[in-house]
Design a protein around this ligand. Structure first.
Ligand code: SF4
Length: 263
């Protein structure tokens, strides 16, 4: 019997990353985020914060990583119960993980803090950054991602500056819901300007406060991103991994076993 993990979850099979071992650099009892997206699979944001703080120490994380059983994953992914860039020691954590593991490191971010130089510096340590953009203006950002005081123009500028600096793989993730599906032309224009290696079109397939769009709608949406590499959450067949700790995984990853993929 494995001693429960406090900071690690999965491995899970991700349509964007393949086999992925999750690291939660916040690991609070509740989600900690500076957004409150209607579609969040982790529920309502109770701990709303934009303060970067150290939540988990590097030695604590390394001690846990050293005792995971042998397994194969494509990526070690910083995500979890909240926005990972809120961890002030994110860069140190990534460096430490890379010093003892061979896998590539990915970070999934809501893009809200990419305008900060220290956040950019931390993310330079990653191999793959998956940054989200759901909106074309302030009103749409507030509607989809929650009214949390995030400045849309600042978020967009941060994305642009980060894209210019970052030399690793960069994906733009867009959560498509009823409130932005009519604005694909505008979203694709922003995507062209940001020139990601990949556009990832998602929809809330796991239980959340927002309804998913269907497979046909996302398939059609791809046509707005002509000339770009684009994948949707329906493109990759679901594979179920057996996580080391099911409870810890559901707490960070949402109830992935109740996903409504239509295969
Ligand atoms: S979906 Fe991500 S950015 Fe939105 S509230 Fe949940 S953790 Fe935060």
């Amino acid at each position: 019997m494995i001693t429960p993990f406090c900071y690690i979850y999965g491995p899970v099979y991700s349509w964007r990353l393949g086999n992925s071992l999750g690291v939660d650099p916040l690991s609070g009892q509740q989600k900690i985020c500076n957004m409150n997206c209607a579609y969040c699979q982790l529920g309502n944001t109770v701990q709303l914060s934009s303060q970067r703080q150290e939540h988990v120490s590097v030695p604590e994380l390394l001690a846990e990583i050293k005792r995971i059983p042998p397994f194969f994953v494509d990526y070690i992914t910083f995500s979890g119960r909240g926005e990972p860039t809120l961890a002030r020691n994110l860069g140190g954590m990534i460096r430490a993980v890379k010093s003892i593991r061979r896998e590539k490191v990915a970070v999934i971010t809501n893009s809200s803090l990419l305008h900060l130089k220290d956040v950019q510096d931390d993310l330079m340590e990653a191999d793959f950054v998956l940054a989200k953009l759901d909106a074309i203006n302030q009103g749409m950002l507030d509607c989809i991602d929650g009214v949390c005081g995030i400045d849309y123009e600042l978020l967009l500028r941060g994305l642009g500056k980060f894209r210019e600096r970052f030399k690793g793989k960069f994906a733009l993730q867009m959560m498509l819901v009823k409130d932005n599906i009519e604005y694909l032309k505008e979203l694709s224009t922003l995507a062209y300007l940001l020139n990601p290696h990949e556009v990832q079109l998602n929809t809330p397939v796991r239980p959340s406060g927002d309804a998913p769009l269907g497979r046909e709608t996302l398939e059609k949406a791809k046509q707005s991103f002509k000339g770009m590499r684009v994948i949707t959450c329906y493109d990759v067949p679901v594979k179920n991994n057996t996580p080391f700790d099911e409870k810890a995984t559901v707490a960070r990853h949402g109830n992935y076993r109740k996903s409504c993929y239509t295969y």
